[in-house]
Structure formats: C-alpha cells, structure tokens
Design a protein around this ligand. Structure first.
Ligand code: ADP
Length: 270
C-alpha cells in the first residue's frame, strides 16, 4: 500500500480452497468407478447394433434407427474413454517418458484432424517456424493427446472458413505449444473455470457442439503430470489461444519411477 508516495504496509489475502480440492477428489473417484464398469456393456451394444445393421431383412427406416444407436453408443464410448484416460493420468500410472520432437507431435495431430478441418473448410497448419530443434522429455502419446484435444476444440469452436494455427516456441522454462483460432472466443466469466472437469462454456454457440467438458481437464492433467502448465487467452467473438508449456526435462526421481530406464541411464541421473 502506498500513501503520499511512501509504502505504508502490505496486504496479504489468503483463501481457503479445501472445498475445491475435496470436490476435485470426489470427481476423480466418481470418474474411475463409473468409467470402468461402463466400457464392456457399451462394446456389447455397439457390436450387436453393427451386426443388426448388416442384416438384409431390415428396411431403410429401421437401418436409420440402428445408425442412430451406433452414433449414440460411439459418443458414450468417447466419454468413457476420456474418463478412463483422466483417471489413468491423475493416478500417474504408466507414464512413459521419451525424448520427443515437438514438431513430430504437431504433425501427427494435424494429420489426424486434417479431414475434420477440411469438412469445415478451416485452414489448419503449423506456423512457419522459429527453429525448435530442442527435444523434450515427455510421454509422447499423452503429449499428442493434449495437443489433439486443443486442436480438436479449436476446430469445434471455430465457424466454417476459419483458421487454426499451431506454433511451437522455445522458452526458458520449456517448450511452448500454442494453438490459436479465430473462432467464437470465450466469455471472461467462463475463462477461469474452463480447465475444470465437466465444465462447459455457457455460450449458445459452444453448447451447440457435443462435448463432455473433459477435454481441457485432460490437457491440464497431462501438463501437470509433466511439471508444466496450460492456460488460455481469449476474446469473445474474436478467437482463442491456448498455451501448453512442457519443461524440457523431467525431474530425475520421477523419470526413474515412470519410465524405468536402463541401469546405466539411472546411474547417470543420480
Ligand atoms: P468440451 O469441448 O467437451 O465441452 P472441453 O473441456 O474440451 O470440453 O472444453 C470446455 C469448454 O471450453 C467448451 O465447452 C467450450 O465452451 C470451451 N472451449 C474450449 N476450447 C475452445 C475454443 N478453442 N474456443 C472457444 N471455446 C472453447
């Protein structure tokens, strides 16, 4: 605090977040219990519905109903898989740390989503580069999933004819993945809560898209498991930019615990 140009004191604001932490733990527990038990019946329903569709005795109307069942089951399966992923990431089981080339990750994600982009006539690509030769230590599959979720969202929440750009930047704290779109943007009220589990934006255009509100929670968990972070900047009606920062190196103890590593490698980490 400043009075008459001189500092006269400091203000310290403390906030008890126990309730939020408890709520988060409760959601995690719910996530792992429910998701496991749902997977097998869903596989069963999808299998039989697909077989039924192949039967020649059905008329077009009946086949249409079955297609609707399959689409519904597929979207439930996606949700369950998301829940299982989240459980796995939060529990920290099975992370496999490798030396990863960020550009390869970005190209894989673009390859997987190019068709989706074409269908909406959205131009999707990697920004012409500053050099990003530096490798990062990360779980390649998880990193790819985090970037995939960000780019998939950018495509989902950008109207036809828009633009989605990925860029990679070397920063002192790690490698920064930036996903920028010129889509619907995010209201300031939604922004602080967007990475929470099950949270969905309140805008009508956002609600018009299918979703479970788990994509960004997965991104945040993956970032945190790597000792990194994820955040966003956005302006309503103008577009959004999501940032994912992954440190170049993983902490030594964690690296041994997560990847195993050869005996020689372990010795060199000590
Ligand atoms: P979902 O997309 O399944 O709803 P996410 O966790 O991936 O769940 O995203 C949460 C919410 O964040 C979305 O419902 C949407 O409102 C908002 N959102 C995410 N990415 C974007 C984006 N690129 N542009 C605008 N809104 C976004």
């Amino acid at each position: 605090m400043i009075a008459d140009g001189r500092p006269v004191g400091r203000v310290c604001v403390l906030r008890d977040v126990t309730h939020f932490k408890e709520l988060d733990a409760l959601k995690s527990e719910f996530v792992s219990t429910v998701s496991h038990d749902l997977r097998s019946p869903l596989t069963l329903v999808r299998g039989y519905a697909t077989m039924l569709r192949m039967s020649s005795e059905l008329n077009e109307e009946q086949k249409g109903y079955i297609t609707k069942i399959v689409v519904g089951v597929e979207s439930m399966t996606r949700l369950v898989n998301n829940l299982l992923d989240l459980g796995r990431i939060e529990a920290g089981i099975g992370l496999q740390i490798d030396k990863v080339q960020a550009m390869e990750v970005a190209e894989a994600v673009i390859g997987a989503l190019q068709l989706q982009a074409k269908q909406k006539n959205i131009s999707l690509g990697v920004e012409p580069q500053e050099k990003t030769a530096r490798l990062i230590e990360a779980d390649r599959a998880l990193l790819q999933q985090a970037l995939f979720n960000l780019v998939e969202n950018a495509l989902k929440y950008t109207p036809k004819g828009g633009q989605v750009r990925i860029s990679l930047k070397e920063r002192q704290q790690g490698l920064l993945f930036v996903v920028q779109d010129n889509g619907i943007g995010i209201a300031p009220l939604d922004q602080p809560r967007l990475f929470e589990k099950f949270y969905r934006g309140r805008q009508r255009e956002a609600r018009a898209q299918r979703g479970s509100g788990l994509g960004l929670a997965i991104v945040r968990s993956i970032a945190e498991r790597h000792g990194g972070k994820a955040w966003l900047e956005s302006q309503l009606g103008q577009g959004s930019t999501f940032f994912l920062l992954i440190p170049y190196e993983q902490a030594i103890g964690r690296k041994i615990a997560l990847s195993g590593g050869s005996e020689k490698e372990k010795a060199s980490w000590r």
